[in-house]
Design a protein around this ligand. Structure first.
Ligand code: UD1
Length: 330
């Protein structure tokens, strides 16, 4: 049997990338992680080689691709905080769009055959009715979403010109941590609801703000499609298998197809914690859609993806368990 070349995973020391690396390694893939550790963590990379560097460093990327005969790239490296993207748009177009352009140029030159790209539901902006399928017009409302959409376009146009085939996965609201407790979300200055709620549960912050209680939703708070990071990681392995089987390029939502409100999330974290989460009601946060839920049938039919953790309580429990572990580690 011939040994397959290693898979290059950019951003593999970050929250989502590290969960994918863990799964790849478990399945016997050889992995090289490229991460500049600007937001990632060295200790999150388990069982894979780590090269510390930036995905926009063409010389470094060229060397890695050629030296290891890499034919498959999973591209996660990006900045991902929406309000930060509004305050500093060029940083997002630089880190996310320009760096991706540089990576793709090197991939095309080195003959890379497949790319799995980490995209986002933020490409949809505020879709009518709050539900988005892959045909819903893209209309991002912040530079983060635009920076990712521009990367999708480059992938599409490059594939049409004979470049690598790709799967772009549009993530909805990723949450939860490795069910075995090995890695989790260690992000500093977190803004994502589940993480913030877990920090409030453990007294790492005084309270969680509920941004908006007057939306036209059942309990007045925002509704999102929260997907467990382990299921999201599995979707990447399915995408990889699909491309290796000759599947054509595809853009796919990754969500469960149903949503939970902010209050429901806080209640789930409270159940996991065994006590209420201190919360304070605040005005709406700028740029938040009232409802954003995936129409999520396509990924199951195209990739055969089967989620295992479609359960808000599992998301809350695994997130809280990791937060406790961070607390113990000091
Ligand atoms: C956004 C992006 C998503 C991106 C993610 C990470 C959009 C539509 N979505 O998700 O693509 O991957 O950021 O940056 O741009 N909330 C509170 N209190 C808090 C935090 C959040 O009430 O302290 C509420 C929000 O108003 C929202 C929900 O919780 O209704 C989820 O918010 P958050 O976790 O920040 O993610 P999104 O903004 O949905």
């Amino acid at each position: 049997m011939t040994t397959l070349p290693p898979i290059l995973v950019t951003g593999g020391a970050g929250y989502i990338g590290a969960h994918v690396v863990l799964k790849l390694v478990e399945r016997g893939h050889r992995v090289i992680v490229l991460d500049d550790l600007s937001t990632g963590f060295r200790e999150a990379v388990q069982g894979a080689a780590l090269v510390v560097g930036n995905v926009g460093d063409a010389t470094l990327v060229r060397g890695l691709l050629n030296e290891h005969h890499i034919d498959t790239v999973l591209h996660f490296a990006a900045r991902t905080i929406v309000p930060e993207s509004v305050a500093d748009p060029l940083r997002y177009y630089g880190n996310n769009t320009c760096a991706t352009r540089s990576l793709l140029a090197e991939c095309a030159a080195a003959g890379v055959r497949r790319i799995v790209f980490s995209s986002t539901a933020a490409v949809y902006g505020i879709p009518a009715g709050g539900k988005a399928d892959e045909g819903t017009p893209t209309a991002p409302i912040n530079p983060y979403g635009s920076s990712k959409l521009m990367s999708e376009w480059m992938l599409r146009d490059l594939a049409a010109a004979g470049g690598p085939r790709y799967v772009a996965l549009r993530y909805f609201n990723v949450a939860g941590c490795d069910p075995a407790g090995r890695i989790g979300q260690s992000t500093k200055n977190a803004t994502l609801l589940v993480k913030v709620a877990c920090e409030a549960a453990l007294g790492k912050r005084a309270q969680v703000a509920i941004f908006g209680t007057d939306y036209a939703t059942p309990d007045g708070t925002g509704v999102r499609d929260y997907i467990h990071v382990d299921d999201l990681a599995a979707a990447h392995l399915d995408a990889l298998a699909y491309l290796r089987d000759g599947g054509e390029s595809a853009v796919l939502n990754v969500g469960y197809g149903h949503g939970y409100s902010v209050r429901e999330v806080l209640a789930a974290v409270a159940r996991a914690h065994g006590a209420p989460i201190p919360a304070v009601e605040q005005p709406r946060r700028a740029g938040d859609p009232p409802v954003l839920v995936a129409q999520a049938d396509r990924i199951s039919s195209v990739l055969g993806w089967k989620p295992r953790f479609d359960d808000l309580d599992v998301i809350a429990r695994t997130s809280l368990a990791w937060e406790r572990r961070l607390e113990r580690a000091g």
